[in-house]
Design a protein around this ligand. Structure first.
Ligand code: CP
Ligand code: NVA
Length: 312
């Protein structure tokens, strides 16, 4: 007899990071997302199923898009705040996953350390989805890529330029996506806020055209200009970040150097007047609300993939 709980076999597939999903599966998920948005499929594959959402950080878009999306697929949702469940009193995330797997069919987690997501995935016998960690935000980037595809048809051969915090979790998922969706990614950031070298090297080994510079002139000719807040939910050094990142604001002067039909992307929430000005955020090049809406469609497709739904 042992009191160690053995992991049960997974009932589906985890969606933890874009570099941990087979590229052909990611492309199939994207195709399904477009199809779901165009209402070419009205089906309820999640009937009788329950999705658990766990939030250890605040959320507007992730919470609502997962809740609405799973209900549109015919299922039920239970939304849990980390502080209100026993997780907040020290029950491990792996034990939380083991228990929730007895009641629910899939779990989405928004948390701090990425390791917690891996621990949940190891403990849970149902699929686990990354709803943002300090490290990455793959669901956001699936919605972003979908938005860019709507504008350009394909991302292949396009140039995306990220400006701001090079350690940002949304950016890490963009780096993971670069070799798969075949776009060039230029990252403009101060050297002390550069992306992790191992993430860059891993992407480059897969053929990604990714480079890092501190020179804002590298925005020249960009098809996509991307940014995010300077102070993420897990960052504590706000004053230093504001001081070092303020030269990297997306404003009219900067956008003038991008391609004529360039789009501006931001995962939201935006800090108006900090990383981006009102003119750009509310202007004709901004696709931020499409990105927000596409969270719904992209995540419906991701959830179908996780649950092994056979598309009619
Ligand atoms: N972009 C995003 O994940 O938004 P929320 O923090 O509101 O979920
Ligand atoms: N980088 C931001 C993304 C918010 C959706 C954060 O982690 O706070």
């Amino acid at each position: 007899m042992t009191n160690v709980l053995k992991p049960a076999a997974k009932t589906g597939r985890d969606f933890l990071d874009l570099d941990r999903v087979d590229p052909s599966d990611l492309k199939a998920i994207m195709k399904l997302a477009h199809k779901l948005k165009a209402s070419l499929l009205a089906f309820s594959p999640m009937e009788g199923k329950t999705l658990a959402l766990i939030f250890e950080k605040p959320s507007t878009r992730t919470r609502v898009s997962f809740e609405v999306g799973f209900r549109q697929l015919g299922g039920h949702v239970t939304t849990l705040s980390g502080a209100e469940i026993q997780l907040g009193r020290g029950e491990t995330i792996a034990d939380t996953g083991r228990v929730l797997s007895r009641f629910t069919d899939m779990i989405m987690l928004r948390t701090f350390a990425h390791q917690k997501l891996d621990e949940l995935a190891a403990g849970a016998s149902v699929p686990v989805i990354n709803g943002l960690t300090d490290f990455s935000h793959p669901c956001q980037v699936m919605a972003d890529l979908m938005t860019a595809e709507e504008r350009f048809g394909s991302l292949a051969g396009k140039t995306a330029v990220w400006i701001g915090d090079g350690g940002d979790n949304v950016l890490i998922s963009w780096i993971h996506a670069a070799p798969i969706f075949d776009f060039t990614l230029t990252i403009i950031c101060p050297p002390e806020f550069a992306p992790p070298t191992d993430v860059l090297i891993a992407a480059q080994k897969k053929g990604a055209r990714v480079s890092v510079t501190a020179d804002v002139n590298a925005v020249a000719g960009a098809d996509i200009v991307l940014t995010d807040c300077w102070v993420s939910m897990h960052n504590s050094d706000a004053a230093a970040r504001h001081e070092r990142l303020s030269p990297y604001q997306v404003n009219v002067d900067l956008m003038r150097h991008a391609a004529e039909n360039a789009i501006f992307m931001h995962c939201l929430p935006a800090h108006r007047g900090e990383e981006v000005t009102d003119e750009i955020l509310d202007g004709p090049q901004s696709v931020v609300l499409d990105e927000a809406e596409n969270r719904l469609h992209a995540q419906k497709a991701i959830m179908c993939w996780c649950m092994g739904v056979v598309i009619p």
